[in-house]
Design a protein. Structure first.
Length: 69
């Protein structure tokens, strides 16, 4: 089952950041998803979301490098 945007039909979607209003949807086993093309936010069943990439803030974690002596 592929996840697609209900507004524009794009399959380029990712898991959206969790918001307080999402608690009710989580009780119904639905998680927020955001379209990367039109920015529409929707909710999908957990089973349909396998393989989607997670939301990121654009910051990358720097790997700790050993100190040179």
């Amino acid at each position: 089952m592929s996840v697609h945007c209900r507004r524009c039909g794009s399959e380029d979607v990712r898991l959206s950041h969790f918001q307080l209003e999402d608690v009710l949807f989580l009780l119904l086993l639905r998680y927020p998803v955001r379209c990367l093309d039109c920015s529409e936010r929707g909710y999908y069943n957990f089973s349909a979301l396998s393989g989607l990439r997670r939301a990121t803030t654009g910051r990358r974690k720097l790997a700790k490098q050993p100190k040179s002596t």
